[in-house]
Design a protein around this ligand. Structure first.
Ligand code: HEC
Ligand code: HEC
Ligand code: HEC
Ligand code: HEC
Length: 383
């Protein structure tokens, strides 16, 4: 009997040691984000945190130069966006761009030997679009990027193509007539869950009008059913997007939500409002800028469906709750924080500011109604 007990105890100890070796060491630390007791906290493992800090170092800024002197637009032949910079500022930005996007290849990643003025390489034309996109993010989307701001480095980090980009996913092969809804494959985008594998195409690419009809608000607002007709399928789409959010920022759902009421803005953290603007900013980046480059891109820079590689939350965040852990890079590159091309505030940003979710609780209800209408339609057509 005694040996039995001993054996059993040994097995139990061994089993628990084995189980624990699967856990992250040292013990994680938590930071309280919401009221005590609501479980809104950030869980961080110091060891992983150290790796995140190491991976988010900002390069030393190029030495400052004078903004006086002749303008780049007057001196050079083919400057369409950065014309009002001084020649010194212009050259400094070219050096920085090279460091951020093509440190190995140098100036000739975008330029040709015949002269800097030629737009021979598609990369130069893409870089021009990217310049306007970056300026627009800093000027029009302060509600999201305000504070740290964005430079080419935020996304590129010394790579020609940022480490985290996406294209429309054709899904797995399936028999005709079978609706897979992109499920039952471990999708990277959905953080290896079995949720719909490409939530990005519907949620982060379409224009504002298209996005209005998507299932955004799916949770019931009352304990008992009172007319919420959102289906499990629809709910899975937003959950899939949420997995992408959490994974991209390296945070739990509780960074933004109080999980007792996912829908409730009043009980959510301010980060959720930031994310709300983020959705709209990313959609505009893809819709207005990245998709504009599609015509000149070589095939190897396109996804399997022929669309360009696009921006998602991970493109900037790369696993950090703020890109580069909130380091401010834009203060050293003020020319990327203003429109140098005659342009005005983007309408999408303006519209978003008018309908911010916290200011306008009705905005949610309007969307909910739209969702209900779609379900209603679906039900009648399938009958
Ligand atoms: C990532 C792409 C990229 C890299 C790398 C790059 N450039 Fe440029 N360069 C551009 C773009 C885009 C323009 C046009 C800017 C505009 O239209 O406002 C430009 C324009 C120029 C011009 C103006 C030419 C003219 O007459 O119109 C000069 C000069 C220049 N670059 C120099 C350099 C130098 C020197 C380097 C390397 C230190 C460099 N560039 C690296 C993208 C790049
Ligand atoms: C929000 C993220 C983001 C920012 C900021 C950004 N880029 Fe990009 N960049 C992308 C994505 C996504 C692609 C791939 C899509 C494409 O080629 O149009 C890309 C592609 C490029 C390419 C094409 C490279 C190749 O080999 O095909 C160049 C050049 C480039 N970016 C330059 C820049 C410059 C210069 C800046 C700053 C003025 C910048 N980017 C800022 C996301 C970004
Ligand atoms: C970075 C912030 C952020 C994180 C992290 C996040 N969410 Fe969300 N979530 C949002 C935003 C913003 C919306 C609202 C979208 C809208 O309605 O416009 C939302 C909406 C939702 C909704 C729909 C609410 C409704 O009204 O029906 C659910 C459910 C949800 N999230 C669940 C989750 C889950 C589960 C996780 C973790 C896997 C998570 N969220 C992580 C920001 C976040
Ligand atoms: C163009 C780059 C870029 C993209 C793309 C981007 N973000 Fe951000 N995000 C930022 C910057 C920069 C900040 C930090 C601003 C500051 O200094 O407070 C930030 C901050 C945030 C914060 C606030 C964090 C906190 O705790 O205060 C949340 C939440 C967030 N982003 C969510 C998202 C989500 C969700 C997406 C995708 C829909 C997204 N972001 C896409 C650049 C980006």
């Amino acid at each position: 009997m005694k040996t039995h007990h001993f054996l059993r105890a040994t097995v139990a100890v061994l089993a628990s040691t084995l189980l624990l070796t699967g856990c992250e060491k040292p013990p994680p630390e938590t930071v309280q984000l919401g009221y005590r007791g609501v479980g809104q906290e950030l869980v961080a493992n110091p060891k992983i945190l150290a790796a995140t800090v190491a991976a988010n170092q900002v390069p030393t800024p190029q030495p400052p130069v004078s903004s006086d002197g002749p303008r780049a637009g007057d001196v050079y032949e083919n400057v369409q966006v950065l014309g009002d910079l001084s020649v010194g500022e212009f050259s400094r930005l070219m050096v920085a761009m090279t460091e951020w996007v093509s440190p190995e290849e140098g100036c000739n990643y975008c330029h040709v030997d015949e002269g800097f003025q030629y737009d021979t390489k598609y990369t130069k034309r893409v870089a021009r679009v990217m310049t306007v996109m970056t300026q627009n993010a800093n000027v029009a989307w302060g509600d999201h990027v305000g504070g740290a701001g964005v430079t080419c480095y935020t996304c590129h980090r010394g790579l020609n193509i940022p480490a985290n980009v996406w294209a429309t996913d054709p899904g797995q092969p399936h028999a005709p007539g079978v609706m897979t809804a992109g499920q039952n494959i471990a999708s990277v985008t959905a953080a290896y869950s079995s949720l719909p594998n490409d939530p990005l195409t519907p949620y982060l690419e379409g224009d504002e009008e298209e996005a209005k009809d998507l299932p955004w608000r799916v949770a019931g607002r009352t304990a008992l059913p009172t007319g919420n007709r959102s289906s499990v399928k629809q709910t899975e789409w937003i959950y899939s997007l949420m997995m992408h959010f959490s994974d991209s920022l390296g945070v739990n759902c509780t960074h933004c939500h109080n999980t007792r009421a996912f829908y409730d803005w009043e009980q959510s953290s301010p980060a959720r409002v930031k994310a709300w603007y983020g959705i709209r900013m990313v959609r505009e980046m893809n819709n207005k800028y990245v998709n504009d480059t599609a015509d000149w891109l070589p095939d190897h820079r396109k996804g399997p469906m022929g669309d360009p590689l696009k921006v998602n939350c991970a493109t900037c965040h790369q696993g950090a709750y703020k890109p580069l852990l909130g380091a401010n890079m834009i203060q050293d590159y003020p020319n990327l924080a203003r429109y140098t091309l005659a342009a005005k505030t983007e309408p999408a940003a303006e519209e978003a500011m008018e309908t911010a979710p916290m200011d306008d609780p009705e905005a949610g209800d309007a969307m909910q109604e739209a969702v209900e209408e779609i379900i209603e339609e679906e039900m009648t057509t399938s009958e």
